[in-house]
Design a protein around this ligand. Structure first.
Ligand code: HSE
Length: 430
């Protein structure tokens, strides 16, 4: 028999129910592999009468979080949000209890405070489920790739966006109807902003960047754009050019400074990341020693998230059982204060979409502005079959600094022959 380590779960929602089920169902497998008898002793929630679809002994359920914290060795926070969840975590850490959480928004906004409390109380604080759900990417970054300087990471880390983009491309459909359908099918939230405006991915990018570069960057360090601007025409043109749109987190070491951005980005359709479709997530991590590694799997959902939560619980239980608490610290700051690269200073190739008047001289006027800013054109298209007074014009550029691109776009948008806004997307050739 292994040493007994007691676990309490705060939050009996979808993920809480999944974690409880996994802990109960796979108790023996966890014991066999870890040598620790990980016992679920309490589940706390405001509502303990609703059927959560998992059979748990009634004696486990409580509405009293204090009682749970007192009894458990490991407190699992699965209520979400950035206020009360943080307070419960601090209470648990201050009581000397280890904590496991899936709460990316809380970590991205209050991480420093929570890490300090974990350190002060000599407790473990694990958070694998906060990034890319069931994919063990945090463990890979902190342990499997520990000997690497991280050069860059690309992440497709929002299943909702990836599902919408995959369907838009496959069906030649517009964003809004696909979003509505995704909401009806339960793939997108009633308020989809956190997902489709890029903030969920930004929380995850901030966490990965922090772990890779030893500085806990807040959400404000991330340049964030969502996917609402992509049209059917963009999808078609991207495909013709051999690219595909992904909501891509980019974390790059650029000469000792770090780019952290989230934006709809064109990536090669035939790349491994380009092949990640539907609700799936993918993360590419490139280290100076290992080269490129790719992680793929379900980034959300009850059981995938529960898998990551219970992996953390088991790690922490092994630390407790083997007297090596904080073997993997919640976060270690590096000795250097790593600067951020402003997105304006990043160099990329760009895809531009303009609506122009169908008249002579348009190409000359537009390309003249680009030339003024030393922006070299890689290809330029007015799709065949366009008709009417206004037609689309698509331009792909060679690599240029974003600041030059933004200034050129501002001028182009003011030309008489250009109607409305100019849409710009970055291209990552991976
Ligand atoms: N809403 C996220 C997604 C999962 O769609 O991938 C939680 O971060």
């Amino acid at each position: 028999m292994g040493k007994v380590v007691k676990v309490g779960i705060i939050g009996f929602g979808t993920v809480g129910a999944g974690a409880a089920e996994n802990l109960l169902k796979n108790h023996d497998v966890i014991l066999e592999r870890s040598g620790v008898d990980v016992q679920l002793v309490k589940i706390a929630d405001k509502d303990i009468t609703t059927d959560r679809g998992v059979q748990v002994p009634a004696s486990l359920l409580t509405t009293n979080v204090d009682e749970l914290i007192a009894e458990a060795d490991i407190v699992v926070e699965l209520i979400g949000g950035t206020t009360i969840a943080g307070d419960f975590i601090l209470k648990a850490l201050n009581a000397g209890k280890a904590v496991v959480t899936a709460n990316k928004a809380l970590l991205a906004t209050r991480g420093a405070e929570l890490f300090a409390a974990a350190e002060k109380n000599n407790c473990d604080l694990y958070y694998e489920a906060s990034v890319a759900g069931g994919i063990p990417v945090i463990k890979a970054l902190r342990e499997g790739l520990v000997s690497n300087k991280i050069q860059r990471m690309y992440g497709i880390m929002n299943g909702t966006c990836n599902y919408i983009l995959t369907r838009m491309e496959a069906e030649g459909a517009a964003f809004e109807p696909v979003l509505k359908d995704a909401q009806a099918l339960g793939y997108a939230e009633a308020n989809p902003s956190l997902d489709v405006d890029g903030f969920d991915t930004a929380h995850k990018a901030a966490i990965l960047a922090g772990l890779a570069y030893g500085k806990w960057f807040g959400l404000e360090a991330v340049s964030v754009e969502g996917i609402r601007n992509i049209t059917e025409l963009d999808m078609t043109m991207a495909a013709q050019l051999g690219y595909r749109f992904k909501l891509l987190a980019v974390i790059k070491n650029i000469a000792g400074a770090v780019q952290i951005s989230v934006a709809p980005t064109l990536i090669p359709a035939n790349s491994m990341l380009g092949a990640i479709s539907g609700v799936f997530n993918g993360v590419m991590i490139e280290g100076d020693t290992v080269g490129q590694t790719l992680f793929y799997g379900r980034g959300a959902g009850r059981d995938a998230t529960a898998s990551a939560v219970v992996a953390d619980v088991t790690d922490v239980a092994m630390n407790i059982a083997n007297n090596c608490v904080r073997r993997v610290p919640a976060f270690r700051a590096g000795k250097n204060d790593v600067p951020l690269v402003k997105i304006e200073d990043v160099t990329n190739r760009f895809y531009l979409r303009l609506t122009v008047k169908e008249q002579t001289g348009v190409m000359a006027a537009v390309t003249e502005v680009l030339a003024q800013y030393q922006i070299s054109i890689s290809s330029l298209m007015q799709p065949e079959g366009s008709s009417g007074d206004q037609v689309p014009l698509l331009i792909v550029t060679h690599a240029t600094k974003e600041v030059a691109m933004q200034q050129a776009i501002k001028e182009i948008a003011q030309l008489d022959c250009v109607c409305g806004d100019v849409n710009m997307f970055r291209i990552e050739d991976i």
